[in-house]
Design a protein around this ligand. Sequence first.
Ligand SMILES: Nc1nc2c(ncn2[C@@H]2O[C@H](COP(=O)(O)OP(=O)(O)O)[C@@H](O)[C@H]2O)c(=O)[nH]1
Ligand SMILES: [Mg+2]
Length: 303
Amino acid sequence: MGLFNKLSVGLSKTRTSFTGGIKSIFKGKVDEEFFEELEEALILADVGVPTALKLSENLRKKARDERIREREQLWQALREAIIAILLDHRGEEMRLLPDTLNIFLLTGVNGSGKTTTIGKLAARYKQAGKKVILAAADTYRAAAAEQLDGWSRRVAVPLIRQAEGADPAAVVFDAIAAAKARHMDLLIIDTAGRLQNKANLMAELAKIGRVIEREAPEAARETLLVLDGGTGNNAISQAREFAEAVPLTGLVITKLDGTAKGGAVIGIVEESGLPVRLIGMGEGVADLEDFDATDFTKALFEE
Ligand SMILES: Nc1nc2c(ncn2[C@@H]2O[C@H](COP(=O)(O)OP(=O)(O)O)[C@@H](O)[C@H]2O)c(=O)[nH]1
Ligand SMILES: [Mg+2]
């Protein structure tokens, strides 16, 4: 299956709920009611209130400026306005810098898909001939390191771990030393999604950030927030909280296969201002794709 087909199949539930709900109002005359109905339909399609208002305002202006009278004529304008939001916060393509250590730090709440995404990333770069090492800095639950250990065996890349309850920053310290000694291209760090409380979690992430800064200032860094695309608007508040603890460079939105709430991606990007770097389209090792705004929107609108 081609990449676009895979995206299109994966987004089929979102497409049904998104276009299905919205398309029906694009019939008849453009009147004040239209913009209210559009706002409502966009909110129901999980884009979130501020983004629904922004999109509806955008179409209102277009209709006024170009004296558009038929609702149908605004359908393409909606599509363009969505692409514009996604392109506005476009990120660079994921790639490793040569001749230096690259460090990916993955953060996000429990169950969002961090460990699975790390397994997929390890496989991707290993396949590309890169030397990859993993760090199990989610020491809060023993099962977390076990799960990462499973991926490290499956993909055949080394793993640095310590006992359950160890200081995650110490695991990161060890992993950086090992990565340097073994001339690794990429170190990927898994972190806990939940601790005794939120303040602890955020303090721990900040501490891990400081260890990386101190031990590998020359490294090329990506700090990715992993969000479960099936949680819709909830993801927006998560993005806000994590961004306060660590400077994020981008988002990974997982589980876009099989959810009807994929429209949330638009609101997440608009409200967080962060680029989506990768999307998860399944549990398999190959189900990770670079995010492309144009393809995503096309898959969303395709009839
Ligand atoms: N369908 C689907 N399931 C996923 C995806 N990414 C992760 N999962 C599943 O979500 C669950 C939680 O993932 P995990 O990586 O353990 O999350 P973590 O707690 O953030 O490390 C697991 O059952 C994964 O197989 C995805 O893109 N699509
Ligand atoms: Mg995990």
